[in-house]
Design a protein around this ligand. Structure first.
Ligand SMILES: O=P(O)(O)OC[C@H](O)CO
Length: 411
């Protein structure tokens, strides 16, 4: 048997999905053995992959989060395009079979798919129905706008229904990148970097308003900060916070926690003229590293072909909350009556693909996006701890980010 190593960043319920998919693939044939290895959070996994590549010890497959896409695209010679791997493996690869917004994000401008969209997500609002009930809020009506969310969060805290009204994972992905897309405001010039080198616009008035609202809520103790990636999920599953904004892919752990939860769409800012627009795909994709044997590539092709099968996609979608990446799997999920029984589970797909994207909502791209997020996180954390206001935090994040982009492109 040929071993295929797969480095990933999935923990909790999503790690169980990885283990099951790999085990099922391994049992379905006798030539290849996919071996998943957990490498930490998304940023940690990407850093581990870069270090391993430099040492000549890269894995065969590595899971890289959405914002690492620009880094991987720039790593010429380090990766082998997925479209090529599939074709050489003898699989007829047809891009039109995948959801357009997702496949577009992981393709070159010329349309070649570079990585396999294993887990695509969209941020949603989860709320604790028992806490809503206790606070005198309607447990069947999640807040739709940020203003409604803040009001509900304050009521939760003031009524004593919970010690924390609201928390959120990923202030970068949800409150910055998706905030821009969903409210149809610019994150950066050049179509958010997809059409050329971006200049960040995240210090414009709508961002300042939104982040000042978050800073005020933090000061009141209504908003509790969990951390830079998915940490805040625990503040919600533990019952500490009544409302959480988090990836649709956070669903597995929320289900496992046993809390009485509901799902609403990502809130939008009611003052933004054309909101809600559309969200952009988050999550991660699988990259194939260069310089491996033909046998390994054949195995990777067989594995990715397996991953695109409708029953596998349906399992992944229903179990984890990540989106089905093929049109066939989405149609099969609809036809099975799954969304009729669980209407909220279609929310992430509808909000991602409900409207044709504008130049503000196709996604974001920069050669050093993980670094830009680190800079944003530093400034946001200083703001949340009361050391600076939102206008200063965003001005600093934009200025420092733009300098880092210049460095990265060698300007
Ligand atoms: O939690 P995930 O896997 O949906 O990922 C969220 C963000 O897109 C990561 O950058």
């Amino acid at each position: 048997k040929t071993d295929i190593s797969w480095w990933h960043a999935m923990s909790g319920a999503n790690a169980e999905v990885v283990a099951k998919i790999a085990a099922d693939f391994n049992a379905s044939q006798s030539d290849y053995e996919v071996k998943p290895v957990f490498k930490g959070t998304y940023p940690e996994t990407l850093n581990a992959g870069i270090a391993a590549f430099r040492a000549g010890q890269a894995p065969d497959i590595i899971q890289v989060f959405d914002v690492g896409t620009g880094v991987m695209m720039g790593a010429q010679g380090a990766i082998k395009p997925v479209a090529e791997v599939l074709k050489e493996g003898g699989y007829s690869f047809d891009k039109s079979q995948y959801l357009a917004g997702i496949v577009g994000y992981y393709s070159t401008p010329a349309g070649e798919m570079l990585s396999f969209p294993y887990n695509s997500s969209s941020p949603v609002l989860y709320y604790n129905k028992d806490i809503f009930q206790k606070a005198g809020l309607n447990p069947d009506q999640p807040p739709k706008t940020w203003a409604e969310t803040w009001a509900a969060a304050r009521k939760i805290k003031e009524s004593g229904a919970a010690t924390c009204g609201y928390t959120s994972t990923w202030l970068t992905w949800i409150h910055t990148e998706n905030f821009a897309a969903w409210n149809n405001v610019s994150w950066a010039t050049n179509e958010n970097g997809l059409a050329g080198t971006p200049e960040l616009k995240i210090d414009s008035p709508l961002f300042v308003k939104h982040f000042q609202e978050l800073a005020d809520l933090a000061k009141e103790g209504v908003f509790v900060y969990g951390g830079r990636t998915s940490e805040a999920k625990q503040n919600f599953t533990s019952g500490e916070c009544g409302i959480l904004t988090e990836s649709s892919g956070g669903l597995g752990d929320i289900v496992k926690s046993g809390i009485n939860y509901g799902i609403g769409q990502l809130p939008y800012d009611e003052t933004a003229a054309s909101a809600p627009q559309n969200t952009t795909p988050g999550g991660a994709s699988l990259w194939v590293m260069a310089g491996k044997s033909d046998e390994v590539y054949k195995g990777v092709a067989a594995f990715f072909n397996y991953l695109s099968q409708t029953p596998v996609q349906q399992y992944l979608h229903e179990q984890s909350g990540y989106l089905p990446v093929t049109i066939a799997a989405y149609e099969a999920t609809k036809a099975s009556g799954f969304y009729e029984k669980n209407p909220a589970r279609e929310v992430p797909i509808l909000q991602m693909s409900g409207k044709a994207p504008t130049e503000n909502s196709k996604g974001v791209r920069a050669p050093n996006l993980p670094q830009l997020r680190d800079i944003q996180n530093e400034e946001y954390e200083k703001m949340l701890s009361g050391q600076q206001d939102a206008a200063t935090a965003l001005k600093n994040a934009a200025t420092r980010g733009n300098a880092a982009i210049k460095d990265a492109v060698g300007g």
